[in-house]
Design a protein. Structure first.
Length: 306
């Protein structure tokens, strides 16, 4: 076990561990640390706590100092300069007629580097652009191509649920999401219904996945044969996952009748749910599989320096 503090360098950004070096810091304090990008200004989100050694990336760097008023002022000045840097870079992109979309500009705390984040459909030859920018800013320039999920994380917005986007407010890392999660939760497989404003599968599909997986494992599949506690045999026509209720079509004399039972009142042979061939040929499903492929191809976030 080792005593560490957790620090973030951007809103909802990745949390990095540092050695507090005996400093008395609390959540919300600002500190100055040395990172792979140089000297940086961060916010303490995890006060001094004991963490297992295997969860720490060695060597563990030390906190240089608590941020002073001068450091706070420097950080504010950097934020103001970033707006001007963004405008200048935008002009240079248009000048060089590059097919790229500028998302954000960021100064390192020590002004040793200016980073420009952009999206593009393919690879971009921006060597001349870098030279042009370096002649203006007189410092190191880095252009970093990011994915659409990172773009949305930076810009923020309101989701279809009416709340601020998870990735922009609290989600440190992007969680892997899949079509299977939407199916488990009986959601519409219409891409427009389960895609976020970034155009990828919604991160919140993961939130209730474990619960739905557990509840679905206790239910029969639609079309399964079941025996009820009152002696009837029938076929499952519908299930209510959250309430654990099952609608069964049973023979009532010459007619068929639909009755609803609690899952505990049914006997059935549990089996893995099979996908219908019709669904496999569904155009919407093909589109969803493309979304899933795009998501996997983007990989991890390009915003963090490890």
């Amino acid at each position: 076990m080792q005593n560490v503090i957790g620090i973030r360098f951007r809103t909802a950004g990745k949390i990095y561990y540092f050695d507090p070096t005996g400093l008395e810091v609390k959540r919300g304090d600002h500190v100055i640390v040395e990172t792979a990008r140089g000297v940086e200004y961060g916010t303490v989100v995890l006060p001094p706590t004991e963490v297992e050694d295997e969860k720490i990336v060695q060597p563990l760097k030390k906190v240089m100092r608590k941020a002073t008023e001068k450091d706070d002022e420097t950080q504010e000045n950097n934020r103001a300069k970033e707006k001007d840097a963004y405008k200048i870079c935008l002009e240079k992109i248009h000048k060089h007629k590059l097919e790229m979309k500028l998302i954000d500009a960021e100064y390192t705390f020590d002004n040793n580097k200016v980073l420009f984040y952009f999206t593009a459909d393919g690879r971009i030859d921006f060597r001349e652009l870098v030279k042009d920018l370096a002649s203006v800013f007189k410092t190191r320039i880095e252009l970093r191509q990011i994915g659409v999920r990172d773009e949305t994380k930076i810009l923020g917005g309101i989701g279809f649920c009416g709340r601020p986007l998870c990735c922009h407010t609290y989600l440190s890392d992007f969680v892997p999401v899949s079509i299977k999660m939407a199916k488990e939760q009986n959601l519409s497989l219409n891409p427009s219904k389960i895609s976020g404003i970034c155009g990828r599968l919604m991160c919140c599909l993961k939130n209730e996945e474990d619960t739905y997986e557990y509840l679905n494992s206790k239910l029969p599949s639609i079309g399964d044969k079941v025996t009820t506690n009152d002696g009837y045999k029938g076929e499952v026509s519908d299930v209510n996952v959250l309430r654990q209720l099952v609608k069964v079509i049973i023979d009532a004399g010459d007619d068929k009748e639909v009755k609803e039972y609690k899952v505990k009142d049914l006997k059935f042979k549990s089996r893995h749910k099979k996908e219908k061939q019709k669904e496999e040929n569904n155009a919407e499903l093909k589109e969803l599989k493309e979304l899933e492929r795009l998501e996997k191809s983007e990989g991890r976030s390009k915003l963090d320096d490890d």
